[in-house]
Design a protein around this ligand. Structure first.
Ligand code: SF4
Length: 219
């Protein structure tokens, strides 16, 4: 949806796929294939960044995990803090690469599809986007695509697109699995007695832009 919206608003978009966070390699290849097929429909092609796990492991992977967020569990706040720090580093790494491409491609603006996901830390994404753009002398469009998420789910289903059930990194695969299991147990009423006393927070070129494509979590 973000790409179509930008195109509809008259932007010239340079799609960029830089996701060294995605593991395993087969999952990366699968998402890249879907991304390319989608762009093909729009008459676009993507710049693809290197699948270099080294910088990601050093700057992001070293922050560890898994940090599952199970509402009401005693470690909720600690995990949330740790996960937020790790994900912020991950956004920064990928968006700085997108900003660097904007320099090479002669784009003045930068945007990302990440904010469409309700599973990401929107404030951190926008902050990382703004910092990455400023670092390379670019401007952030700072679009919050959040409101288009339901439409994007409908659309991807209608197109028969692959919908992944974790964000991308090896930690997120474990986190999503633990959170899904907790949700199922909650639905079956098996979580009583496991929650801590304090509980958690509860969950319940002018008009030329590099749009960094980051896969959204659709658990
Ligand atoms: S959960 Fe997603 S955003 Fe966070 S570190 Fe893993 S891949 Fe990056």
């Amino acid at each position: 949806m973000p790409l179509e919206s930008l195109l509809g608003d008259g932007w010239q978009v340079v799609p960029y796929f830089y996701n060294p966070n995605i593991q395993p390699r087969e999952e990366y290849d699968r998402r890249l294939d879907v991304w390319r097929a989608f762009l093909d429909e729009l008459g676009l092609s993507s710049v693809v960044g290197p699948y270099d796990s080294g910088p990601w492991d050093e700057k992001v992977g070293s922050l560890g995990g898994p940090y599952p967020l199970v509402p009401g569990m005693p470690d909720y706040q600690t995990n949330q803090k740790a996960r937020l720090k790790r994900c912020r580093a991950c956004y920064g790494l990928r968006l700085e690469s997108a900003a660097s491409l904007a320099g090479e491609a002669g784009c003045r603006y930068l945007d990302t599809t990440l904010t469409i996901s309700p599973y990401q830390f929107t404030h951190e994404v926008l902050d990382a986007l703004g910092s990455a753009a400023a670092l390379l002398g670019k401007e952030s469009l700072g679009n919050d695509w959040h409101g288009r998420y339901p439409l994007s789910v409908q659309r991807s289903r209608a197109l028969g697109m692959y919908r992944q059930n974790y964000c991308g990194c090896r930690f997120s695969e474990q986190e999503a699995r633990i959170e899904r299991q907790a949700r199922r147990r909650e639905e079956r009423g098996e979580m009583r007695g496991e929650r801590g006393e304090l509980g958690g927070e509860g969950e319940s070129w002018e008009r030329r832009v590099v749009c960094e494509a980051t896969w959204v979590n659709q658990c």
